[in-house]
Ligand binder design. Structure first.
Ligand code: AMP
Length: 598
């Protein structure tokens, strides 16, 4: 119920005093976008003026945008790697930030096969927390009554490592869930989770998922929203239920806890929540035992009003499957964030996925935009590109996002391409278009063309001794089954048919490819079970020529035709699949440990 005493926000009537304050903050930030950005840059530059990095560019105490833009180059992660490596090795001098680097956040973007290490400072947690605190007040404008029940969210921490210099390196969400900001958050009736902290914070992914699912089942009638960070995570939970419902139903029927839950503090908390409940156990058995899982989410959690998962960008491939399991419940994408920096939120969280736009909050970092022209020349330091400020972007245009953060990233290319759809007050709203250079993605993994090429080369070494080579290849992210997996189509040239590669060798080629893919991929395969075994489909000779003929028949230029290294257009998939002569799957998991290779 909207509170009467509070003036209604232009966004809508707030649900409570706390929400009123949050909505007011959004108003203030979005009305004063440019002024906030100018102030924020000046603050970052004066604070970090004496860092080794900024001193190189002779700003001489200037904190204005013009001097900054004229002197400081636009950079990529690779440009900063020497500085980042020194910090990782223990150099505590102010290299990038005047505030001590508190830890590294390991991005799902990789560099030379390992996760990128993003420096962060302690106060960034407050900034992230601030953005989180705006999400429910906006949601409450669209979905009333969320204080009358709970959210079933599948949230996980991942393993952490230490850099040679002793700094923690872990994913940003692991850092957040382990922080006091999350662990000792004050009670908020609009934000109550079914999962106890102990379940979220358990590093063992089976125990964590099992206990979160068990709690969700026990509290099924209280659940008003179901979510995970990304769509792939929620589908993994459904798959988990398919594989484990019998044991879960057994626990509920007997009021005991699966002996595989061995973490003592977790056992203690969960055991108290599970009481013998034959009716519930029978219900779960009835719903899960059948072949038909259509609408399972709404059947098991009948009061669910929406699914809270990101389905923009690479995750859009999961929308049909989510619709199937949820009988078409609304999908809500609430925020846009990264390890480098949290960017903004969706002010209309119930809009359909294709209409989702994110409003970048000008208090999070200093944002610039590089007009995205696919055929533009490569950036050089001698001819710096013209970057546009947050308040000055133009509706309809596409830009690459560039950020300057308190933690010491200056004019850093995030790699995301965004399109401006409109403005809320003076703040632009962006549709997420895509991440640059990503060919294949199932979960958090992002494989680019060069990585795929290297993986193919790695695997072809195994078939060389059979006088066989790969003449052409392409790939496909198959998400029809959960977990999804990479499919690689190979056309082979077998010079000695009497001694062609055996089935076993081709299976080994699948594993050889996996071994050479980046650590996020291998972690998904080994630790998270979020990616299935890689598959090679060998196609008949001449298939790729047919593919070219098809492209030309649809208007491609014969001179400029290049084999697409990733495909997802149905007629092309059908053509490829109709020419498959043999199918091979990786028979083992690739090597992965939390430790970095470099
Ligand atoms: P990471 O640094 O590993 O957390 O990955 C951050 C990246 O995930 C961003 O730069 C985006 O490419 C992607 N991402 C994050 N939030 C969204 C979103 N709401 N929609 C689409 N892509 C997103």
């Amino acid at each position: 119920m909207a509170i009467e005493s509070q003036a209604s926000s232009p966004l809508g009537p707030p649900a409570c005093e706390k929400d009123a304050k949050a909505l007011e903050f959004i108003e203030e930030m979005t009305r004063n976008t440019d002024a906030v950005q100018e102030r924020l840059l000046a603050e970052i530059l004066s604070r970090n003026a004496e860092t080794e990095y900024l001193r190189r560019f002779q700003l001489n105490g200037a904190t204005d945008r013009d001097t900054f833009k004229a002197n400081v180059p636009v950079v990529t992660y690779e440009d900063l790697q020497p500085e980042i490596q020194r910090i990782a090795n223990g150099d505590r001098s102010p290299i990038l930030s005047s505030h001590p680097i508190s830890e590294f956040l390991t991005s799902s973007g990789t560099s030379a096969g390992e996760r990128k290490l993003m420096p962060t400072i302690h106060e960034e947690l407050d900034r992230r927390q601030k953005l989180y605190s705006l999400l429910m007040p906006v949601m409450n404008l669209y979905v009333p009554g969320l204080d009358k029940g709970k959210g079933l969210y599948f949230l996980f921490v991942k393993s952490e490592t230490k850099t040679p210099g002793g700094l923690l390196a872990r994913p940003v969400l692991t850092s957040y869930y382990r922080s006091d900001h999350f662990k000792t958050r004050p009670y908020d009736p609009y934000n109550v989770y079914t999962s106890p902290n102990e379940a979220i914070l358990c590093v063992d992914s089976f125990q964590s998922m099992y206990t979160q699912m068990l709690c969700g089942l026990v509290m099924r009638e209280e659940v008003l929203r179901v979510g995970a960070v990304f769509a792939s995570g929620l589908l993994r939970a459904i798959r988990f239920l398919q594989l484990n419902w019998q044991q879960l139903a057994h626990d509920i029927s007997t009021g005991t806890l699966n002996p595989k839950i061995t973490e003592p503090s977790l056992r203690e908390v969960i055991s108290k929540l599970v009481k013998p409940n034959t009716k519930l156990s029978e219900f779960i058995t009835k719903e899960c035992a059948g072949e038909n899982w259509e609408g399972i989410i709404t059947r098991i959690w009948p009061n669910t009003k929406f699914l809270d998962v990101i389905v923009t960008g690479a995750m859009a491939q999961y929308i049909p499957t989510l619709d199937y399991y949820s009988a078409g419940l609304p999908l809500s994408c609430t925020m846009y964030a990264s390890s480098e920096c949290y960017f903004g939120l969706n002010l209309k969280p119930m809009s359909t996925p294709s209409e989702v736009t994110y409003t970048i909050m000008p208090n999070m970092a200093y944002f610039e935009f590089l007009p995205h022209e696919p055929n533009a020349p490569v950036l050089s330091r001698d001819s710096p590109p013209r970057l546009v400020d947050l308040a000055d972007v133009e509706v309809g245009k596409e830009y690459e996002l560039i950020i300057t953060t308190y933690a010491g990233l200056n004019r850093y290319r995030v790699g995301d391409i965004l399109q401006v759809t409109g403005f809320y007050n003076a703040a632009p709203q962006f549709r997420f278009i895509r991440r640059k250079n990503v060919l294949l993605s199932i979960d958090a993994d992002k494989t680019d063309e060069a990585e795929l090429q290297k993986a193919i080369e790695n695997a072809t070494a195994l078939i060389k001794e059979f006088n066989t080579s790969v003449v052409e290849y392409t790939s496909y992210a198959d998400t029809k089954s959960i977990p999804g997996h990479y499919v690689i189509y190979w056309e082979l040239l077998v010079k000695d048919p009497a001694n062609s590669p055996t089935d076993e060798v081709l299976n080994q080629c699948c594993l050889a490819m996996e071994e050479s893919l980046n650590s996020v991929y291998r972690q998904g395969r080994v630790a998270d079970n979020s990616i299935g075994p890689l598959e090679i489909r060998v196609v008949k000779n001449g298939t790729f020529e047919e593919l070219m003929d098809y492209a030309i028949s649809r208007g491609a230029s014969i001179n400029q035709y290049k084999v697409p290294r990733c495909v997802n257009f149905s007629p092309i998939m059908e053509l490829l699949d109709s020419r498959v002569v043999s199918v091979h799957l990786s028979q083992a998991a690739p090597h992965w440990t939390p430790e970095r290779r470099r």
